[in-house]
Ligand binder design. Structure first.
Ligand code: ADP
Length: 393
């Protein structure tokens, strides 16, 4: 068996999955966490359940060492043939998955100003993994790459041209692996050739984005220069008037850093509800009459419905609206509210089917005669494994 190790590095944690690309279930997966705290640890999930143990020390490189040992002790190390790395920002340079060389590392570094929170952690993971697995090919799979097919009228901001040309200020889009995976799966499920398909894909997790995918290529998406633009998210505001920065600075005396913090960490569902960023909790609270929770869900669904309509513009026709991510796959309430506001496009919910489709199930949730809305569970690790395999083949 030839296995691919998929790595997703954050600043203080590192997720991994070991996959056989022709099989959607993982052989082994895990999380190295608290990487810079006193007792960093590794939690590994395999067929027998979860096991937690200490890591040999702090940082990404030692986390990689811990993962290597976890593979070795289970007799899996020899079967690993390559490593696929999730990299958040590839700028305009990376239009597809790319084999990692010292030059590619330097180019990912050059994208750090575009993703100062994410790319440095991704690079730490790459360095650690190349040290731990020196004999294997390593591939970078970028969150932004899938959206590089957007035309200029979708990715350019109406800002002075020099900001684009000299500083790369444009819309890039994120969640590319997820949108790519679910639209491929949807084409497969519907028996439509991908080249002739037209989907709107809504990825609703802690971060939320929506993409118009025509013929398997992204033609527009809601996230922009950073993952802050677009839909309402767990703690991110999504679209706001850009004048809000000056307003908050001049009237509340907030610094740029503080405004960024409010928009990224204190807004969205959490900010609106004053309660939580978790849709499960908001649904419970709203049912018990919590006004903030109810409003947060209304704003979330209304913004999403508006964006679904907007994303139909570049498609011309729609094979299906796809819901995915933790919220899209599980919240029948959110799906009901969104489709309820899309009567103008002819959407009509099939309530029983909608209520039944939760916890990793795929299937249609609309009534006969309605445009199709589908739930398709995402699998970003599998998509990264496919991309890695395809590139190395
Ligand atoms: P991430 O973007 O971190 O991968 P997920 O895609 O797992 O996150 O989505 C996490 C979110 O999904 C949670 O914050 C929660 O709001 C939502 N969620 C998970 N399960 C349910 C559920 N059963 N009902 C409603 N929302 C859910």
């Amino acid at each position: 068996m030839s296995l691919i190790l998929v790595l997703n590095c954050g600043s203080s944690s590192l997720k991994f999955a070991l996959l056989e690309p022709s099989n959607p279930s993982t052989v082994l997966s895990g999380l190295a966490e608290k990487l810079f705290e006193d007792e960093p640890r590794l939690i590994v999930t395999d067929g027998e359940g979860k096991q937690a143990g200490p890591l040999p020390g702090q940082g990404h490189a030692l986390a990689m060492r811990g993962i290597l040992e976890a593979l070795r002790s289970r007799g899996l190390l020899e079967q690993v043939s390559s490593v696929g790395h999730r990299v958040v920002h590839g700028g305009e340079r990376f239009r597809q998955a790319t084999r990692i060389t010292p030059e590619v590392v330097a180019q990912i570094e050059a994208c750090v100003p575009l993703a100062p929170l994410h790319n440095p952690a991704n690079l730490e993971g790459i360095r650690g993994a190349m040290e731990a697995f020196p004999g294997l090919p390593h591939v970078a799979v970028f969150d932004t790459a899938f959206h590089q097919t957007m035309p200029p009228h979708a990715y350019r901001y109406a800002l002075p041209e020099v900001l684009y040309r000299e500083h790369g200020v444009r819309r890039y889009g994120f969640h590319g692996t997820s949108h790519q995976y679910v639209t491929r799966r949807a084409a497969e499920l519907l028996g439509i050739p991908l080249e002739h398909s037209a989907f709107v894909s809504a990825h609703l997790g802690n971060g939320c984005s929506i993409t118009a995918v025509k013929g398997g290529r992204s033609v527009d998406t809601s996230m922009g220069l950073t993952p802050l633009e677009g839909l309402v998210m767990g703690t991110r505001s999504g679209d706001v008037d850009p004048g809000i920065h000056a307003f908050l600075a001049e009237n509340l005396g907030l610094s740029l850093r503080e405004v960024t913090e409010v928009l990224n960490k204190g807004s969205g569902l959490l900010g609106l509800s004053g309660l939580s960023n978790d849709v499960r909790e908001l649904e419970r609270a709203a049912a018990e009459g919590h006004t903030g929770a109810g409003l947060a869900l209304e704003v979330f669904c209304y913004r999403l419905a508006k964006y679904v309509a907007a994303m139909c513009v570049p498609l011309g026709r729609l094979d299906a609206l796809i819901f995915t991510g933790g919220i899209g796959e599980n919240s029948s309430l959110v799906r009901e509210k969104v489709l309820g506001q899309l009567g103008i496009l002819g959407f009509r919910l099939e309530p029983e089917q909608n209520a039944r489709t939760v916890r990793g199930q795929a299937g249609p949730i609309t009534a006969e005669g309605s445009p199709l809305a589908l739930v398709v569970p995402t699998n970003e690790e599998l998509m990264i494994a496919w991309e890695t395999q395809a590139l190395l083949a």
